[in-house]
Design a protein around this ligand. Structure first.
Ligand code: C2E
Ligand code: MG
Ligand code: MG
Ligand code: MG
Length: 290
């Protein structure tokens, strides 16, 4: 408890107070360092995308691939969980997000077959620029049909109540772009969002998957959300499938797609293309044989 720590530090005299203050400085300093680095990340070409396939359970093949951001900074790869929040607070997410969209659509245009690419969007991107125009321009430049793009939006963030966001979502959808609700079940208003906007896909947060095999309440929730998706005409992705047991369970419950380390981790671009090629070849051979 920070207040208590401050109170104690003060009551114990100046030296302790200083000690406490320099602890604060270190955290702030660390943040500022990340922020400064992030500002230069684009021009230094330190950002890259990795790609994680989503397996369609009925089709039994990859039907979509999610683009995930990585930042190679100094001697490590910084996780998006660490830098996306800072990018959002500083507004840097606008230019970074534009880069992601352009990079991912360009990559997808070169993939074998017709798998879709899923791009994560921050709600900030809806506020700061004409997102619809940006998406149109990225698709045109990449020569990618709108039907091959999915946009993932995390429901935990201030979506629906905002008219401009809803208008943009409807416009994107009428262009043929699909809209997914990401990390379903982690925010406060998951259900009311489903009512305010016709999502194409619900991605069930992996925290439900994590204890699926030993908690009956998680099983019940998973099953209910999959049923909800079905009755609303939305596909459902089970995130974070790591074991055969989990796969069998969500398959039985009727999830339409799975994503997780069991099938594939996020892959560098070339490895993803190899996976898609191998899969296409297999599919062609199966067709020939059958
Ligand atoms: P997300 O959109 O829910 O992405 C799925 C995350 O789950 C990814 O983490 C992925 O690596 C991880 N994951 C996939 N399968 C498994 C599994 O079987 N087990 C476990 N434990 N994890 C799995 P990652 O790449 O670290 O990304 C974290 C979050 O950062 C993403 O969550 C997304 O919200 C955000 N993010 C990533 N790239 C972007 C981006 O380009 N723009 C924005 N706005 N956010 C992004
Ligand atoms: Mg996502
Ligand atoms: Mg997700
Ligand atoms: Mg998630």
């Amino acid at each position: 408890n920070a207040d208590l720590a401050l109170y104690k530090a003060k009551s114990e005299g100046r030296s302790n107070y200083h000690f406490f203050e320099s602890g604060m400085d270190a955290a702030l300093q660390q943040r500022r360092t990340i922020e400064a680095g992030l500002r230069l990340a684009l021009q230094r070409e330190e950002l890259r995308l990795v790609y994680q396939p989503l397996l369609g359970l009925e089709e039994n093949r990859v039907i979509c691939v999610e683009a995930l951001l990585r930042w190679d900074h100094e001697d490590r790869t910084v996780s998006p969980a660490e830098f996306i929040p800072i990018a959002e607070e500083t507004g840097l997410i606008v230019s970074i997000g534009e880069w992601v969209l352009r990079e991912a659509t360009k990559a997808a245009a070169k993939w074998p077959g017709d798998v879709r690419v899923a791009v994560n969007l921050s709600p900030i991107q809806f506020k700061n620029r004409d997102l619809v125009a940006l998406v149109k321009s990225a698709l045109t430049d990449a020569r990618l049909p709108a039907s091959r793009l999915e946009l993932e939006i995390t429901e935990s963030l201030l979506l629906a109540e905002n008219d401009t966001t809803l208008t943009a979502l409807h416009e994107l959808r009428s262009m043929g772009v699909r809209i997914s609700m990401d990390d379903f079940g982690t925010g406060y208003s998951s259900l009311s969002y489903l009512r305010s906007f016709p999502f194409d896909k619900i991605k069930i947060d992996r925290s439900f998957m994590a204890d699926l095999t030993d908690r009956t309440d998680s099983q019940a929730i998973m099953e209910a959300v999959i049923g909800l998706g079905r009755s609303l005409g939305m596909s459902t992705t089970a995130e974070g499938v790591e074991t055969e047991e989990q796969l069998a369970m969500v398959r039985a419950q009727g999830a339409t797609e799975v994503q997780g380390f069991l099938f594939s981790p996020p892959l560098p671009p070339a490895a993803l293309v190899n996976l898609l090629r191998a899969e296409n070849k297999q599919g062609a051979e199966r067709k020939k044989a059958g």
